[in-house]
Design a protein around this ligand. Structure first.
Ligand code: PLP
Length: 450
């Protein structure tokens, strides 16, 4: 028996070593926090795991609970942490700026804010040079859609089914999943067929899906539109990389209809795709506006819209400002993030480690019937679970089960997709090959036991 137990023990994947010990936690228990959360925050049960984790520390790709237990954060916050939790350069930039000047308004000049705007603009192609800072992805998309409407004088916007663009009235309208919509007025958005290579009606034929946008413009609008908004890889929607050739064809139809093309880079930006700095570059297009948040500040509340001087001019017709958007503390974090991505070659790492991880996950698909699809690029990967490959029946319960078990073994992944049956793997970009091995070994181990 002892021999058998030893050999079973040997099969359990081991987390790679990591030299950091968080300080002892002395705060309230998880049960007390949960009770307060239910009482004083949203009563919704919107958290992962039957018994939610009390996460009190973070270091690079790892999180620590109140018992000092380490978890590999393969969700990277919510694709928010690009350099790593509490990366020392980002922390120091925030502390230095906070000690010097915590808040400044648009009424005065400030070097940090303009330096970051300049650095950000230098990462974008063409004439995308004017930056408007916001506090979140929702605000950035609201602003971009408003600018498109002001610039074109049209109201109609085309977005994609299954997209997620935010939770305010306009962006909720652009979002294409009932899971995320309340029944309030969200006018003027037309949702096109999703160019989803796995579940979409035209498979991987991007040009066929693009014809649906032409139809929407011809039959659902006056023939003129304000714009088109889409992610290059849908994040919340379940890591769906738009079918190849889709964006160039749609951008051309939208331009013909007088509209502006908005790239929502809230998840796919800041080197996450590995092959490119921005997701839209994977389809070879240049948008009229790019919106961003999440990775821009390594999880600090910051968002931005970047557009051309000609388009930006519409906002000079009235006084336009955002009290906290572009706060010096957040923009100091943003500057540090860009420097860390460059110096630590995080884009290259996302490409190398992401390709390796995708290869290993794809091999797992051949081993476990439950895996229907493995997709994405760089460190933005999805694993979709189905109970029937032909019918693609979503394995929702099994997804929750595996996720719980993986957590118990120290790996945190995200969950998404319309049916909640897709693992979202979007770790900090400092993720290593050893981390990738550990993640896949844990997933494999758990699936073998099902
Ligand atoms: N756009 C995309 C692609 C997102 O994934 C999200 C959030 O998940 C948003 C916009 C909204 O961002 P925020 O939650 O910062 O408002």
């Amino acid at each position: 028996v002892a021999e058998k137990e030893t050999s079973n023990e040997a099969l359990i994947p081991k987390m790679p070593p990591f030299e950091y010990s968080p300080p002892p936690y002395t705060g309230p228990s998880a049960t007390e926090i949960l009770q307060k959360r239910k009482q004083f925050l949203s009563p919704s049960m919107f958290y992962f795991y039957n018994k939610p984790l009390n996460i009190v520390d973070g270091k690079m790709q790892y999180l620590y609970d109140d018992n000092g237990r380490r978890y590999l954060d393969a969700f990277g916050g919510i694709a928010t942490v690009c350099c790593g939790h509490c990366h020392p350069d980002v922390v120091n930039a925030i502390v230095d700026q906070t000690n010097r000047l915590q808040h400044s308004t648009i009424l005065y000049l400030n070097p940090t804010i303009v330096d970051f705007a300049e650095a950000l603009a230098s990462k974008l192609p063409g004439d995308l040079k004017v930056v408007f800072f916001t506090n979140s992805g929702t605000e950035a998309n609201e602003l971009a859609m408003m600018i498109a409407r002001l610039y074109t004088g049209c109201h109609d916007i085309v977005s994609l089914r299954n997209a997620y663009h935010g939770n305010a009235a306009g962006t909720m309208g652009a979002t294409g999943q009932c899971n995320w919509k309340f029944n309030v007025v969200q006018s003027g958005v037309h949702h096109a067929l999703n160019p989803d290579p796995y579940r979409g009606v035209f498979g991987s034929d991007g040009k066929k899906y693009a014809r649906d946008v032409e139809d929407l413009i011809a039959f659902g609008t006056s023939g003129h539109v304000a714009g088109f908004i889409s992610e290059a890889i849908q994040g919340v929607g379940g890591i769906i990389e738009l079918a190849p050739g889709y964006l160039p064809a749609v951008y051309s139809s939208i331009k013909k209809a007088g509209g502006l093309c908005i790239a929502d880079e809230v998840q796919s930006g800041f080197a996450r795709t590995g092959s490119h700095f921005w997701g839209f570059e994977t389809q070879g297009v240049v948008p009229d506006m790019v919106t961003m948040a999440k990775g821009i500040g390594n999880g600090i509340p910051l968002g931005a819209v970047v557009t051309t001087p000609e388009i930006a001019e519409v906002l000079t017709r009235r006084s336009y400002f955002n009290t906290f958007g572009g706060n010096p503390v957040c923009t100091a974090a943003g500057l540090a993030v860009l420097k860390v991505i460059e110096r630590e070659k995080l884009q290259e790492n996302a490409h190398v480690v992401g390709s390796y991880l995708k290869e290993r996950l794809t091999a797992l698909k051949d081993k476990h019937e439950i895996i229907g699809d493995v997709r994405g690029r760089g460190l933005m990967l999805g694993v979709e679970l189905v109970t029937d490959h032909q019918l693609k029946t979503p394995a929702k319960v099994e997804t929750m089960h595996v996720m719980e078990q993986m957590k118990d073994m120290g790996v945190l992944v995200g969950k998404g997709g319309f049916y909640g049956n897709v693992f979202r793997i979007t770790p900090p970009l400092c993720f290593t090959k050893n981390d990738a091995d550990f993640l896949v070994d844990v997933m494999d181990y758990m699936m073998s036991k099902m």
